[in-house]
Ligand binder design. Structure first.
Ligand code: ADP
Ligand code: MG
Length: 188
């Protein structure tokens, strides 16, 4: 969570810039506010297990981020955390299974799928590559984010633009790539 918050901080301006092209110019500040709240809460009262860190973080994102990304990322973390259960330690394989369930939950909540020009265009290829390595997953997320440039947005605010959404990288797919890069940094 600390690595994720730092990555978001570094790239917040770029995320907002991307959101200003096809959204309402708040994705960077949304993510920054959300992850700052997450770090504050888990540092103040460190949860006892990896699962509890993720469910607490997810709850924090949902309550502190007003935009669509808050409930979506909040659900991702909460579902991942719930899947891990209350084990004191979690293996890489268990974390992978948790993340797969978390990404499935995002698609269910958002009614979205790869090809809609959303965060799922980064998240779905990333979890598919998790079996290879966390680094491969991060690379797939980055590639997935880039693949949103020529797409027509079918979900979220960008979809209101229709054809004008073409030619811009999706902000949420971009932040998903940052989150997977942070994960690859710490989980080897
Ligand atoms: P808002 O769109 O409410 O201003 P943000 O700007 O923080 O919220 O987040 C926008 C991002 O959320 C988009 O770039 C997209 O990746 C993601 N998003 C929006 N709607 C959906 C959805 N239905 N399913 C998946 N992701 C979505
Ligand atoms: Mg926005």
């Amino acid at each position: 969570m600390t690595a994720a918050a730092a990555a978001i901080d570094r790239e917040a301006e770029r995320l907002t810039e991307l959101d200003s092209a096809i959204g309402d110019a708040d994705h960077g500040t949304n993510m920054q506010r959300g992850f700052a709240a997450v770090v504050k809460v888990v540092e103040a009262e460190p949860p006892a297990t990896p699962g509890a860190v993720l469910t607490t973080a997810g709850r924090q994102l949902i309550s502190s981020v007003g935009g669509a990304s808050g409930p979506l990322y909040g659900t991702l973390l909460r579902r991942t955390g719930k899947t891990l259960g209350d084990a004191a330690q979690v293996s890489a394989e268990e974390l992978r299974a948790g993340l797969r369930a978390g990404v499935d939950a995002v698609g269910q909540l958002g009614g979205s799928a790869p090809g809609d020009k959303t965060m799922l265009d980064a998240l779905v290829p990333a979890v598919e590559e998790l079996a290879t390595s966390f680094a491969a997953a991060a690379e797939a997320a980055e590639e997935g984010a880039r693949s949103t440039v020529p797409m027509l947005a079918k979900k979220g605010r960008a979809s209101y633009l229709g054809e004008r959404s073409i030619g811009h990288q999706d902000p949420g797919a971009t932040s998903s790539a940052l989150l997977f890069a942070a994960l690859a940094e710490v989980a080897k």
